[in-house]
Write a protein that binds this ligand. Structure first.
Ligand SMILES: Cc1cc2nc3c(=O)[nH]c(=O)nc-3n(C[C@H](O)[C@H](O)[C@H](O)COP(=O)(O)O)c2cc1C
Length: 339
């Protein structure tokens, strides 16, 4: 299956996403529900645009050895450091009539085929937006990363109890969902999490704990204090707060503060192997991709994921050749120039 065919299929199936060739937040700005960034949409747009300010530093006088993109995530061997980002509300946001179960099943199957890993999301309706996604993913393998929203204790306890005996890889919390109006006003609401309440979650699980939604060094240090194992530098794809910096802009400082302490992932605007290379060079261990993965899943199911990941891997490997890198550890800061 070709990428063009995947996009054409997705275009027919999505009534709320324009399936733009370049998914940059311009056509859909402010569209929530929908695929846009919040309000002016500038945070989403900036996430994408900021990658243009990072340039590749070509360096081809190098040893002519094989190139490997292999990656290890808490004992799980992966073909490259890519994760499918959690996306909830497929019907409501893409306007595609695919159930949450089927979406997450295809995401997990595709991740399995491509040997990457996938996060599943969470939402107000515990059965359709939390249970169905994790059940779908855990039916494929033990590599699901289950994400929970920053609910008040009652909502956290309910979800942790549900997954108590499930075989999954890591637990994540998208702490940046604390301000989402729909969730803030629900019967069991979300809240801002203190270091203590994050410690509470970490102490209740025996899996790596990932905190998603970190945008500065102070927050990263608090995540470390809470005992988390990894963070995702993320502004939720620009969907939770307008006018933020781009994630790639804040990454270098955060990665420096976290070095040798916890792992650092990043998402927001990552579209190509070039973008992945730039993230790794600026200190990330790996990347999450949101909206374009959704298009790949809706338009091409598991095979769509594999096709997209293959393209990303070809691009990443070609940049590695052109910068003299043979493995991910060799992708260092001097391999890029920040304008
Ligand atoms: C429609 C939609 C639904 C999302 N749902 C969730 C979710 O349930 N949990 C979560 O942590 N992030 C969620 N996100 C944020 C993504 O996981 C990710 O941070 C963001 O999409 C990355 O930016 P990108 O789409 O530019 O790659 C959602 C994003 C979109 C567009």
């Amino acid at each position: 299956m070709e990428l063009k065919e995947i996009r054409e299929n997705a275009k027919k199936l999505c009534s709320k996403c324009y399936v733009c060739e370049n998914c940059n937040g311009r056509a859909c700005k402010g569209m929530i529900p929908g695929m846009g960034g919040k309000d002016s949409g500038e945070a989403f747009i900036r996430n994408v645009e900021a990658f243009k300010k990072v340039k590749i530093n070509m360096s081809v006088i190098a040893e002519n050895a094989p190139i490997s993109t292999e990656f290890n995530w808490f004992g799980h061997k992966m073909s490259m450091p890519i994760f499918i980002a959690p996306l909830a509300g497929i019907n409501n946001n893409y306007g595609a009539s695919m159930s949450e179960y089927d979406y997450n099943l295809e995401a997990a199957k595709g991740a399995d085929m491509a040997n990457i890993m996938a996060f599943c999301g969470d939402g107000k309706d515990v059965d359709s937006l939390f249970v169905e996604p994790y059940k779908a993913m855990t039916s494929i393998n033990d590599r699901a990363i289950i994400t929970i929203k920053p609910w008040v204790k009652e909502g956290i306890d309910l979800r942790l109890k549900l997954i108590e005996n499930e075989n999954y890889a890591c637990l994540a919390m998208d702490i940046d969902s604390a301000g989402l109006p729909l969730l803030r006003n629900s019967q069991i609401p979300v809240e801002n999490k203190s270091v203590d309440s994050l410690c509470y979650v970490k102490n209740r699980i025996n899996k790596p704990f990932i905190i998603k939604g970190i945008m500065n060094v102070d927050q990263a240090l608090k995540a470390i204090d809470a005992g988390c194992d990894a963070i995702v530098v993320s502004n939720h794809g620009g969907r939770v707060c307008d006018e933020t910096l781009a994630t790639i802009e804040v990454l270098p400082e955060i990665a420096k503060a976290c070095k040798n302490k916890i792992k650092v992932l990043i998402d927001g605007g990552i579209r190509s192997g070039y973008d992945i290379f730039k993230c790794l060079a600026l200190g990330a261990d790996g990347v999450l991709i949101g909206r374009p993965m959704g298009i790949a899943i809706i338009g091409g199911k598991a095979e769509g994921v594999k096709t997209y990941v293959d393209k990303l891997q070809d691009e990443l490997k070609s940049v590695m050749v052109m910068t003299g890198c043979h493995n991910l550890h060799e992708i260092t800061k001097d391999k890029v120039i920040v304008l």
